[in-house]
Design a protein around this ligand. Structure first.
Ligand SMILES: NC(=O)NCCC[C@H](N)C(=O)O
Length: 393
């Protein structure tokens, strides 16, 4: 898979579940949600998303199913349990108690617990200092409400997978699960891993496969300069690209990843937030004799077109009126998921952006996202493409 728009064949999603019921007004900010989603409705919206993909012959894999199979392998199960028990907040007495409780779970229950987390009141009663001093609703295993955004915790380039290195504390443990799946699930036994969670921060929402051989990487709140440097070297080592564009983006929540401001909708077309289109720059990175060669900065759009070997990128914007554009950018209007050249999935609420996409000849498959959107992510964020048809170089 070397492009963002080749016909999508297989995608990994996570159907939101009990981890969303953990969100309260006290913890939603630290868990990176803007509000408290209505969980049943979020699940309905997500099911409609999955159905829209299946209707277009996309194979949908769910994280929970993959994890359950993975946990059926002793070594994987042990690693998963050890990972949560390594938490230094637990202390030895509670840790021992928790191990017994986790050991009693079947693989489906363990998968659910690893995703939904566990509060102190859900741990079987015991004695000890940590028991006495921990509040009933404190988490002994943190919930992972952002696992919904499968884009960020792993990404595929060619036939290789990068398990990412997530920057926020609320999301760190997601890669323990994706890493486990890729390391142990039989489906991925021949898959080589390109990156790991122990490395410098890189999140999948920042990585855009602009064209075969050309990859843009946003550098901002989540992916660090050191992250893009490491990833670039790994990509060049594996001969997966000839050019990487490192693209600085504002370190703000509204632009947490590059895919919140632009996504590809055709081999030469991009939907983009107009308020940043003219100011975005890119550093062009190539490699010569094991050394990264960095040039720029130059305007992002022309640097991208040059690397892609085309005259210019066709731009479709979120609306020329800056206020509409700002509203629709916030509501993930730019965060489309291409499922083939000129076909994308988008949130229905972004009426101006979707109209502009349709006017530009892009088929827009609209989905509801009133609840899903409270985690501040759209169709691209909620999907990890694993296999696409190749676009010719
Ligand atoms: N690629 C993306 O932009 N993903 C959306 C992630 C939203 C999540 N609440 C986060 O803050 O990480």
């Amino acid at each position: 898979m070397r492009s963002e728009v080749g016909k999508l064949r297989t995608v990994m999603l996570h159907r939101p579940g009990p981890e969303l019921t953990r969100l309260t007004p006290r913890n939603n900010d630290s868990l990176l949600f803007d509000g408290i989603p209505w969980v049943d409705r979020a699940q309905q919206e997500h099911d409609a998303f999955a159905t829209a993909l299946r209707d277009r012959d996309v194979e949908v894999l769910y994280v929970h199913d993959l994890l359950r199979t993975t946990l059926g392998i002793d070594e994987a199960r042990e690693a998963a349990v050890d990972d949560v028990l390594a938490d230094i907040r637990l202390g030895d007495t509670l840790r021992k108690r928790l191990r017994t409780q986790l050991d009693d779970l079947d693989t489906a229950q363990l998968a659910t617990t690893l995703i939904a987390g566990l509060s102190h009141e859900e741990v079987e009663r015991g004695s000890g200092l940590v028991y006495k001093l921990t509040a009933p609703h404190d988490f002994v295993i943190d919930p992972l409400p952002n696992l919904l955004f499968t884009r960020d915790s792993s990404l595929w380039i060619g036939d290789k997978v990068a398990v990412t290195s997530l920057a926020t504390r609320a999301r760190r443990r997601e890669t323990a699960l994706t890493g486990l799946i890729y390391a142990h699930h039989p489906r991925f036994k021949d898959t080589t891993t390109l990156y790991g969670p122990e490395l410098e921060h890189v999140e999948g929402g920042d990585v855009l496969l602009l064209a075969p051989g050309v990859i843009a990487v946003g550098v901002g709140e989540r992916t660090t300069p050191a992250g893009v440097e490491r990833l670039a070297n790994r990509i060049f080592d594996a001969d997966l690209a000839h050019t990487i564009l490192a693209v600085p983006i504002a370190q703000e929540r509204a632009t947490m990843h590059l895919d919140t401001v632009c996504t590809m909708v055709d081999v030469d077309a991009m939907v983009m937030y107009p308020n940043v289109a003219d100011t975005m720059v890119a550093y062009t990175v190539t490699r010569n004799d094991e050394q990264l060669v960095v040039s720029g900065p130059s305007p992002f759009l022309s640097a991208a077109a040059k690397a892609m070997g085309i005259d210019s990128l066709r731009l479709i914007d979120t609306g020329l009126d800056p206020v509409t554009a700002e509203r629709e950018q916030w509501d993930d209007g730019n965060n489309t998921l291409a499922i083939a050249p000129r076909v994308c999935v988008a949130y229905e609420r972004n009426t101006e952006t979707n109209r502009r996409l349709a006017d530009a000849g892009i088929e827009v498959i609209e989905i509801a996202g009133s609840e899903l959107g409270s985690g501040r992510g759209g169709p691209r964020c909620m999907s990890c493409p694993m296999w696409r048809d190749e676009i010719d170089d």
